[in-house]
Design a protein around this ligand. Structure first.
Ligand code: PLP
Length: 452
């Protein structure tokens, strides 16, 4: 069969509210033209993020009921530990309430003024946490990542030559670790090849620098490796994922993505001394080491989620869903970051809103237009998210349509495609924005705009 179906039946449903264009006009204006400030009841299809927005399975909900809520030594923690040790090979497993808590602990321990942290492309919270410690976050994507039309199979790769030069230039004493984000959210949900990860490992070994993964979407990355990397098609996603983790010394993970849960994170490592120091900070700021700021039921749901996510049927459907939307948009003449990413489609807002200069935030303007036109909520990944005082503008102005896991059906996606196609026909009418209020860091969450 050619049709790839959603590999699940729907047992619980949640109504979504239809709004009129007039209502949406008022709502987006009141929200300061920032979709983070819209109530979710006023959103028809919510593609703001794939983080924590997925649907849990019957087995995960069953786990919620059987969970052990003990403060110390919870059986749910030990189940999670066993699942993750087997999946990743990392000895030390610390739960946290979400990915950025793992990042904050890690960078508080290894970051600091004068330090430099290379990554293929930092995502917003990773960059913000590295910078908050005083360190400089440096992105080293391959050049193919900067061209939305380039269909290179591994556009998430880190530029190995630039990494070597950076390590030589600043000196290893100033580089506490090298990070690589799989898949690369900031570059369009694009995967990193095993070959590239092996290359990073080799350089880190040569320079004596630890290597950490930002592994939020490790399973989607493993699936892309299976599909695209020569010699990998016969291996299971689990085997590939294990090799990815084997190449690293540790990982930060937001379990709200490939952990298939609504809340949860992890900090994983091999180093005993780092583990001890991280445990102390965890206890100080998140909670005891066997719950890390989560309830036992969250740990239990994570243990189950990390197993389900490697199911081949699920991963085939998951990656195909984004690809389906991407193909339809390209057919409608809409430029996206090609090839489609694992968890999202990224619209090339610079191309969509050619009439708007960067100072008028073409990505944010497109996000506003999408909500107004069809009640769809998306997220700007461009000058609003990454720009700001003393920061160079990002290479691309993008709008991310992130797909929550196991939530929307193909007809929801057909509606999205139709709405974007219609908007594209009338793109010259999209109005630019000016920023009237924003904090210095992570400004996309709370910025306010006015329309030009
Ligand atoms: C690549 C990447 N790293 C880190 C994070 C932070 O995770 P959390 O939102 O759970 O704090 C995210 C979240 O979107 C992400 O996409």
């Amino acid at each position: 069969m050619k049709t790839i179906i959603e590999p699940f039946r729907i047992k619980v449903v949640e109504p979504i509210r239809l709004t009129t264009r007039e209502e949406r006009e008022e709502i987006i204006r009141r929200a300061g033209f920032n979709p983070f400030k819209i109530h979710s009841d006023d959103v028809l299809i919510d593609l703001l993020t794939d983080s924590g927005t997925g649907a849990m399975s019957a087995l995960q909900w069953a786990g919620v009921m059987r969970a052990d809520e003990s403060y110390a030594g919870s059986a749910s923690f030990y189940r999670l530990q066993e699942v993750l040790r087997e999946l990743t090979g990392f000895e030390h497993i610390l739960p946290t309430h979400q990915g950025r808590a793992s990042e904050r602990i890690l960078f508080e321990l290894i970051g600091g003024p004068d330090k430099v942290v290379p990554n293929n492309a930092h995502f917003d919270t990773t960059r913000a946490n590295a910078e908050h410690s005083g360190a400089r976050a440096v992105d080293l994507p391959v050049s193919e990542a900067l061209d939305p039309r380039n269909r290179h199979p591994f556009k998430g790769n880190l530029d190995l030559k630039r990494l070597e030069s950076l390590l030589g230039e600043v000196g290893v004493a100033r580089v506490p670790l090298v990070m690589c984000t799989v898949t690369s959210n900031a570059s369009g949900g694009q995967p990193v090849s095993l070959e590239n990860l092996r290359g990073i490992r080799e350089i880190c070994d040569r320079f004596g620098v630890p290597f950490f993964l930002d592994a939020c979407r490790f399973a989607e990355n493993a699936w892309f490796i299976k599909q695209r990397e020569p010699g990998q098609s016969d291996r299971s996603p689990r085997e590939i994922a294990r090799e990815m983790f084997d190449l690293a010394d540790g990982a930060t993970i937001s379990a709200k993505k490939d952990g298939l849960v609504n809340i949860g994170g992890l900090l994983l490592m091999r180093d005993e001394d780092l583990f001890r120091r991280a445990s102390d900070l965890l206890i100080l700021t998140e909670g005891y080491v066997t719950y890390g700021g989560l309830a036992g039921r969250d740990l239990e749901a994570m243990a189950q989620g990390f197993q389900e996510v490697l199911d081949e049927q699920y991963l085939r459907y998951r990656v195909r869903s984004a690809e389906y939307v991407g193909e339809k948009l390209l057919q409608a003449g809409v430029q996206i970051v090609e090839p489609p990413g694992g968890h999202a489609i990224y619209l090339d807002a610079g191309a969509f809103c050619q009439h708007l200069p960067r100072e008028e935030f073409p990505g944010q303007a497109l996000v506003v237009a999408l909500y107004r036109h069809a009640g769809i909520r998306a997220c700007e990944i461009g000058s609003v998210m990454f720009g700001g005082k003393d920061r160079p503008p990002p290479a691309l102005e993008l709008v991310r349509l992130a797909m929550p896991r196991r939530v929307y059906t193909q007809s929801h996606m057909d509606y999205v495609v139709e709405a974007i196609g219609e908007l594209h026909q009338r793109r010259a009418e999209i109005r630019g924005l000016r920023l009237v209020e924003a904090p210095d860091t992570l400004r996309h969450f709370s910025a306010r705009f006015e329309e030009n």
